[in-house]
Write a protein that binds this ligand. Sequence first.
Ligand code: HEC
Length: 132
Amino acid sequence: MKITSTYFLLLLYTPFLLQAGAMEELIDQYQAKGAGPFTAEQGGVAWDRTVVHAKSSQIRRCSDCHGADLTKVGRHAKTGKRIEPMAPSVNPQRFKDPKKIEKWFKRNCKWTWGRVCTAQEKGDFLRYLQQY
Ligand code: HEC
């Protein structure tokens, strides 16, 4: 009985452990590069930052695709495709795989800001997104 409930608890919490694992793993990597400390405040400011895209003169920001409310579904600004909510509290599929997170940081920073994000910026973004 005792063993069964331990396994049950483990199963129940595994998604959260994995999620924290991927995010913390990346945060450790960014710190190893000399970045940090990271704060949700700085991440939030960066998330809302508007940048004029050099080629198109469009005003761009992260919420163009991920939406204003992170607990709601977003829509891709270019293709119109549905994007599942960013908030891990409502979308347990979020932030599980460090490779996926890095891949999208790269693409989205380039699309939004016209450059890759620094280790500092990525760490701040993760701290910001983690709290939802
Ligand atoms: C042009 C549309 C678009 C913009 C703008 C955009 N994203 Fe994304 N983002 C996506 C898509 C599409 C995905 C992958 C699909 C998914 O995970 O739902 C994604 C996924 C991500 C992921 C991976 C999440 C995970 O579960 O691993 C992160 C992190 C992310 N975006 C951060 C950002 C940040 C930071 C910005 C602003 C600098 C930003 N995005 C702006 C479209 C966008």
